[in-house]
Design a protein around this ligand. Structure first.
Ligand SMILES: O=C(O)CCC(=O)C(=O)O
Ligand SMILES: [Fe+2]
Length: 368
């Protein structure tokens, strides 16, 4: 596994795109290490958005679709129909038999855990620059009043390679880049195949959605949620929908935390060991004219364990104009539900706001 990272990937070109600014906030991991029982007021939620227990929705958890990737990519029509329904009814599904070796999954997890265990001073060598959300830190903090999330993040663009800003990539642990490369290239393969199947489910030729991205962007965000003494009053990650086309998430196999909004309830996505969680993002919601849904989701905390999750966001090039596909609008009574948006503008505008459920996607909707 050692040669993959030798040639192109180390070039490190600093001309990649920048995103939004985020205000500096305390490092949560450090706070918990200093005093495991203290929670500053800025993290406490109002009663109405307190993370309620999802225990009474566990019957819904077990209904979240599980897609067999191998059978889907072999052309099984039943699996394709399952995928279509998953995108329509849930916007979320878990993927099994995806062919990503468990060593590759574990390698990514170990490298990330080793990074987060480094001293703060070491991690801060790659802290997010003031004008970007790439690097180590916190994203989407836009006001001093905003309730904060109980997490630290490490985020960067992986593809296209020329966008990699190596000065904000970890150099420790030494195997980090190699593990990201091995993991992300596999995620890319799975994402491209899934976009192929979603194209088919939308009645189009297999490569259509992938081509519509122009040059597909892939970003990795590692979320680190330390244990929290008041999980009923503090969220790991605020409710939001992803601005991606699709997101592929590797969860911790043992510590759950991801909840999705389904029929007005919060439903826990129970980890299936080695499965990948996939969700439809805003871009596919718009392309499909709302037939496929970019669902609101959040991460809750717990008082015992640290949890890490690894989100890979797939997105179109900045200049892609995103609007409902004609045939998707037609199939719903010739009514186009979303305006045309320039993807790069949509993305950057969304980052200037604090995460607020579906409020932002709603803005792309045509009123009426
Ligand atoms: O931690 C999780 O399970 C969710 C992460 C997520 O939604 C995100 O990074 O956008
Ligand atoms: Fe998300």
């Amino acid at each position: 596994m050692c040669s993959i990272f030798n040639e192109k990937t180390v070039e490190g070109d600093d001309d990649g795109p920048s995103f939004a600014t985020s205000l500096p906030v305390p490092n949560v991991q450090e706070m918990v290490m200093r005093d495991p029982l203290e929670i500053p007021e800025r993290y406490l939620r109002n009663k109405e958005d307190m993370p309620k227990s999802a225990h009474n929705t566990s019957h819904l958890s077990s209904q979240i679709p599980v897609i067999d990737f191998s059978s889907l990519t072999q052309g099984n029509q039943e699996e394709l129909m399952k995928l279509d329904l998953a995108c329509k009814d849930w916007g979320f599904f878990q993927v099994i038999n995806h062919g990503v070796a468990s060593e590759v999954l574990q390698g990514m997890k170990d490298a990330a855990v080793n990074f987060f265990e480094l001293p703060l001073e070491e991690k801060n060598k790659i802290s997010m620059p003031p004008d970007d959300i790439q690097g180590y830190g916190h994203a989407y903090v836009v006001s001093e009043e905003q309730t904060l999330d109980w997490q630290d993040v490490l985020m960067f663009i992986v593809y296209p390679r020329r966008y990699r800003k190596h000065r904000i990539w970890p150099t420790k642990p030494t195997e980090f880049n190699e593990m990201v490369e091995a993991y992300s290239s596999e995620v890319k393969r799975v994402a491209e195949e899934l976009l192929g199947s979603i194209s088919l489910a939308m009645g189009m030729e297999k490569r259509t959605l992938q081509k519509m991205h122009k040059e597909m962007l892939q970003a990795l965000r590692v979320n680190y949620y330390p244990q929290c003494p008041m999980p009923d009053n503090v969220l790991g990650l605020s409710p939001h929908s992803d601005t991606s086309s699709i997101t592929i998430l590797m969860q911790d196999d043992n510590v759950s935390g991801l909840q999705i909004r389904h029929q007005r309830e919060w439903v826990l996505v129970k980890p299936i060991p080695n499965a990948l969680v996939v969700n439809v993002g805003d871009v596919i919601e718009i392309w499909s004219n709302g037939k496929y849904r970019s669902i609101e989701h959040r991460a809750v905390t717990n008082d015992t364990y640290t949890r890490l999750s690894y989100a890979s966001f797939m997105a179109p090039s900045d200049d892609v104009e995103v609007e409902p596909l004609d045939h998707m609008a037609d199939s719903q009574g010739s009514f186009q539900m979303y305006k045309k948006v320039i993807y790069g503008e949509y993305l950057r505008e969304s980052m200037k706001r604090r995460m607020e459920g579906k409020a932002y996607t709603e803005m792309a909707k045509i009123e009426g």
